[in-house]
Design a protein around this ligand. Sequence first.
Ligand SMILES: [Zn+2]
Length: 250
Amino acid sequence: MTKVIPISAGIGNCFLVIENTSIFLVDTGSKGFEYKIAKAITSRGYNLSDLKFIFLTHTHYDHAGSAAKIKELTSAPIIVHESEVDYLVAGFHPMPKGTSLFYKIIIALGKFGNKTKNKVDAVTPDITFSDYYDLNKFGFDANIIHTPGHTKGSSCLIINKNALVGDTLFNVFGSNYPPFANDTKLLKYSWEVLLDENDVLFYYPAHGKRIKRDEFKMQGFKKINSLYHHLFPGKLSTNFIFKSGNDSTT
Ligand SMILES: [Zn+2]
Protein backbone atom coordinates (compact mmCIF):
# COMPACT_ATOMS: atom_id res chain seq x y z
CA MET A 1 0.00 0.00 0.00
CA THR A 2 1.31 3.42 -0.93
CA LYS A 3 0.24 6.66 0.73
CA VAL A 4 1.25 9.96 -0.87
CA ILE A 5 1.02 12.89 1.55
CA PRO A 6 1.39 16.41 0.15
CA ILE A 7 3.09 18.92 2.46
CA SER A 8 2.57 22.55 1.51
CA ALA A 9 6.07 24.04 1.71
CA GLY A 10 6.25 27.49 0.12
CA ILE A 11 4.68 28.00 -3.27
CA GLY A 12 4.15 24.30 -3.87
CA ASN A 13 4.10 20.88 -2.29
CA CYS A 14 6.70 18.34 -1.37
CA PHE A 15 5.57 14.79 -0.59
CA LEU A 16 6.03 12.32 2.19
CA VAL A 17 5.48 8.84 0.79
CA ILE A 18 4.64 5.89 3.03
CA GLU A 19 5.05 2.50 1.39
CA ASN A 20 3.86 -0.20 3.77
CA THR A 21 5.81 0.96 6.84
CA SER A 22 8.76 2.69 5.17
CA ILE A 23 9.00 6.37 4.33
CA PHE A 24 10.80 8.67 1.92
CA LEU A 25 10.55 12.29 0.84
CA VAL A 26 10.11 13.77 -2.63
CA ASP A 27 11.38 17.37 -2.74
CA THR A 28 11.76 19.64 0.28
CA GLY A 29 9.93 22.87 -0.59
CA SER A 30 11.43 26.32 -0.12
CA LYS A 31 13.92 27.27 2.59
CA GLY A 32 12.66 27.19 6.16
CA PHE A 33 10.22 24.29 5.91
CA GLU A 34 12.42 21.65 7.55
CA TYR A 35 10.49 21.62 10.84
CA LYS A 36 7.12 21.41 9.13
CA ILE A 37 8.40 18.44 7.13
CA ALA A 38 9.96 16.89 10.24
CA LYS A 39 6.61 17.22 12.02
CA ALA A 40 4.86 15.52 9.11
CA ILE A 41 7.19 12.57 9.73
CA THR A 42 7.10 12.40 13.54
CA SER A 43 3.35 13.09 13.83
CA ARG A 44 2.81 9.83 11.96
CA GLY A 45 4.77 7.87 14.55
CA TYR A 46 8.10 7.74 12.73
CA ASN A 47 11.51 8.81 13.91
CA LEU A 48 13.38 11.27 11.70
CA SER A 49 16.05 8.62 11.23
CA ASP A 50 13.41 6.35 9.63
CA LEU A 51 13.47 8.51 6.48
CA LYS A 52 15.10 6.29 3.84
CA PHE A 53 16.03 8.98 1.31
CA ILE A 54 15.28 12.45 -0.03
CA PHE A 55 14.68 12.52 -3.78
CA LEU A 56 14.86 15.94 -5.44
CA THR A 57 12.94 16.14 -8.72
CA HIS A 58 15.23 19.09 -9.56
CA THR A 59 17.01 21.85 -7.67
CA HIS A 60 14.91 25.01 -8.04
CA TYR A 61 14.58 26.94 -4.78
CA ASP A 62 11.01 25.81 -4.19
CA HIS A 63 12.02 22.11 -4.35
CA ALA A 64 15.51 21.96 -2.85
CA GLY A 65 15.21 24.86 -0.39
CA SER A 66 15.09 22.75 2.78
CA ALA A 67 17.14 19.82 1.49
CA ALA A 68 20.35 20.61 3.41
CA LYS A 69 18.47 21.03 6.70
CA ILE A 70 16.34 17.90 6.23
CA LYS A 71 19.48 15.93 5.52
CA GLU A 72 21.01 17.29 8.73
CA LEU A 73 17.94 16.39 10.76
CA THR A 74 17.39 12.90 9.33
CA SER A 75 20.78 11.76 7.97
CA ALA A 76 18.87 10.53 4.90
CA PRO A 77 20.84 10.53 1.63
CA ILE A 78 19.89 13.00 -1.10
CA ILE A 79 19.24 11.56 -4.57
CA VAL A 80 19.29 13.89 -7.57
CA HIS A 81 20.05 13.70 -11.29
CA GLU A 82 23.70 14.24 -12.20
CA SER A 83 22.88 17.41 -14.21
CA GLU A 84 21.52 19.11 -11.08
CA VAL A 85 24.53 18.49 -8.84
CA ASP A 86 26.43 21.71 -9.60
CA TYR A 87 23.36 23.82 -8.83
CA LEU A 88 22.80 22.10 -5.50
CA VAL A 89 26.45 22.42 -4.54
CA ALA A 90 26.39 26.10 -5.54
CA GLY A 91 23.08 26.66 -3.73
CA PHE A 92 21.58 28.44 -6.73
CA HIS A 93 19.61 27.39 -9.80
CA PRO A 94 18.38 30.17 -12.11
CA MET A 95 14.74 30.03 -13.17
CA PRO A 96 14.08 28.55 -16.62
CA LYS A 97 12.55 30.34 -19.57
CA GLY A 98 8.84 31.11 -19.72
CA THR A 99 6.87 28.81 -22.03
CA SER A 100 4.42 31.55 -23.00
CA LEU A 101 4.70 35.27 -23.62
CA PHE A 102 3.13 35.97 -20.24
CA TYR A 103 5.70 33.94 -18.32
CA LYS A 104 8.55 35.19 -20.49
CA ILE A 105 7.62 38.68 -19.39
CA ILE A 106 7.41 37.59 -15.76
CA ILE A 107 10.90 36.13 -15.96
CA ALA A 108 12.14 39.27 -17.71
CA LEU A 109 10.70 41.41 -14.96
CA GLY A 110 12.70 39.37 -12.52
CA LYS A 111 9.69 38.40 -10.49
CA PHE A 112 10.79 34.78 -10.33
CA GLY A 113 14.38 35.38 -11.30
CA ASN A 114 15.49 37.17 -8.20
CA LYS A 115 18.90 35.86 -7.15
CA THR A 116 18.26 36.04 -3.44
CA LYS A 117 14.95 34.25 -3.70
CA ASN A 118 16.37 31.51 -5.87
CA LYS A 119 19.03 30.54 -3.34
CA VAL A 120 19.02 27.30 -1.39
CA ASP A 121 21.43 26.09 1.29
CA ALA A 122 24.29 24.45 -0.57
CA VAL A 123 24.55 20.71 -0.04
CA THR A 124 26.32 17.84 -1.75
CA PRO A 125 24.02 15.04 -2.90
CA ASP A 126 24.82 11.47 -1.92
CA ILE A 127 23.48 9.57 -4.93
CA THR A 128 23.30 10.68 -8.56
CA PHE A 129 22.07 8.89 -11.65
CA SER A 130 21.88 9.33 -15.38
CA ASP A 131 18.79 7.79 -17.05
CA TYR A 132 17.25 5.62 -14.41
CA TYR A 133 17.60 4.73 -10.74
CA ASP A 134 16.16 1.61 -9.13
CA LEU A 135 14.98 2.13 -5.55
CA ASN A 136 14.97 -1.57 -4.76
CA LYS A 137 18.15 -1.10 -2.76
CA PHE A 138 16.12 0.97 -0.31
CA GLY A 139 13.46 -1.74 -0.16
CA PHE A 140 10.96 -0.04 -2.48
CA ASP A 141 9.44 -1.45 -5.64
CA ALA A 142 9.94 1.94 -7.28
CA ASN A 143 12.20 3.76 -9.67
CA ILE A 144 13.29 7.18 -10.81
CA ILE A 145 13.29 8.15 -14.48
CA HIS A 146 15.00 11.09 -16.12
CA THR A 147 12.39 13.45 -17.65
CA PRO A 148 14.30 16.52 -18.86
CA GLY A 149 12.69 19.69 -20.17
CA HIS A 150 11.69 21.86 -17.23
CA THR A 151 15.36 21.61 -16.29
CA LYS A 152 18.09 19.43 -17.73
CA GLY A 153 18.04 17.09 -14.76
CA SER A 154 14.31 17.03 -13.96
CA SER A 155 13.24 13.52 -12.98
CA CYS A 156 10.16 11.68 -11.76
CA LEU A 157 9.67 8.92 -9.21
CA ILE A 158 7.25 6.10 -10.05
CA ILE A 159 5.79 3.95 -7.29
CA ASN A 160 2.74 1.70 -7.34
CA LYS A 161 0.50 3.54 -9.87
CA ASN A 162 1.76 6.96 -8.70
CA ALA A 163 4.18 9.30 -10.45
CA LEU A 164 5.70 12.15 -8.46
CA VAL A 165 6.58 14.53 -11.23
CA GLY A 166 8.01 17.73 -9.74
CA ASP A 167 7.55 20.49 -12.34
CA THR A 168 7.37 18.22 -15.39
CA LEU A 169 3.61 18.60 -15.05
CA PHE A 170 1.68 21.41 -13.43
CA ASN A 171 -1.97 21.59 -12.48
CA VAL A 172 -2.67 25.32 -12.46
CA PHE A 173 -4.99 27.52 -14.52
CA GLY A 174 -6.53 24.29 -15.81
CA SER A 175 -3.31 23.43 -17.60
CA ASN A 176 -0.79 20.64 -17.06
CA TYR A 177 1.82 22.43 -19.15
CA PRO A 178 4.64 23.97 -17.06
CA PRO A 179 4.81 27.79 -17.32
CA PHE A 180 8.60 27.52 -17.20
CA ALA A 181 10.90 25.15 -19.08
CA ASN A 182 14.44 25.31 -20.39
CA ASP A 183 13.75 23.02 -23.34
CA THR A 184 10.19 22.50 -24.60
CA LYS A 185 11.22 19.81 -27.10
CA LEU A 186 12.73 17.73 -24.31
CA LEU A 187 9.65 18.43 -22.24
CA LYS A 188 7.46 17.02 -25.00
CA TYR A 189 9.64 13.90 -25.08
CA SER A 190 9.32 13.57 -21.30
CA TRP A 191 5.53 13.87 -21.49
CA GLU A 192 5.57 10.97 -23.95
CA VAL A 193 7.71 8.98 -21.54
CA LEU A 194 5.27 9.67 -18.71
CA LEU A 195 2.26 8.74 -20.85
CA ASP A 196 4.04 5.50 -21.74
CA GLU A 197 4.16 4.53 -18.07
CA ASN A 198 0.99 2.54 -18.49
CA ASP A 199 0.60 1.51 -14.88
CA VAL A 200 0.50 5.06 -13.58
CA LEU A 201 -2.97 6.25 -12.54
CA PHE A 202 -2.07 9.42 -10.63
CA TYR A 203 0.48 12.14 -11.34
CA TYR A 204 1.51 14.40 -8.46
CA PRO A 205 2.84 17.78 -9.60
CA ALA A 206 4.51 20.09 -7.10
CA HIS A 207 2.12 22.87 -8.07
CA GLY A 208 -1.58 22.07 -8.01
CA LYS A 209 -3.60 19.02 -7.20
CA ARG A 210 -2.92 15.51 -8.38
CA ILE A 211 -3.84 14.69 -11.98
CA LYS A 212 -5.65 11.56 -13.08
CA ARG A 213 -4.21 9.63 -15.98
CA ASP A 214 -7.14 10.39 -18.31
CA GLU A 215 -6.88 14.16 -17.71
CA PHE A 216 -3.17 14.17 -18.48
CA LYS A 217 -3.70 11.91 -21.47
CA MET A 218 -6.18 14.39 -22.97
CA GLN A 219 -3.93 17.40 -22.44
CA GLY A 220 -0.81 15.45 -23.28
CA PHE A 221 -1.91 14.30 -26.70
CA LYS A 222 -3.16 17.78 -27.57
CA LYS A 223 0.09 19.36 -26.49
CA ILE A 224 2.31 16.76 -28.08
CA ASN A 225 0.47 17.24 -31.35
CA SER A 226 0.74 21.01 -31.19
CA LEU A 227 3.79 23.09 -31.98
CA TYR A 228 4.77 23.27 -28.31
CA HIS A 229 3.46 26.77 -27.98
CA HIS A 230 1.93 27.26 -24.63
CA LEU A 231 -1.15 29.39 -25.18
CA PHE A 232 -1.91 31.49 -22.19
CA PRO A 233 -4.96 29.84 -20.70
CA GLY A 234 -7.26 32.85 -20.75
CA LYS A 235 -8.91 32.91 -17.40
CA LEU A 236 -6.91 33.45 -14.24
CA SER A 237 -7.91 31.24 -11.38
CA THR A 238 -7.43 31.92 -7.71
CA ASN A 239 -6.57 28.25 -7.42
CA PHE A 240 -3.04 28.97 -8.58
CA ILE A 241 -0.11 27.21 -6.98
CA PHE A 242 -0.99 27.40 -3.36
CA LYS A 243 -3.54 24.68 -2.76
CA SER A 244 -2.34 21.43 -1.40
CA GLY A 245 -4.14 18.25 -2.36
CA ASN A 246 -5.51 15.56 -0.09
CA ASP A 247 -3.65 12.52 1.13
CA SER A 248 -4.29 9.55 -1.04
CA THR A 249 -3.70 5.86 -0.91
CA THR A 250 -3.29 3.35 -3.72
ZN1 LIG B 1 11.03 24.10 -11.09
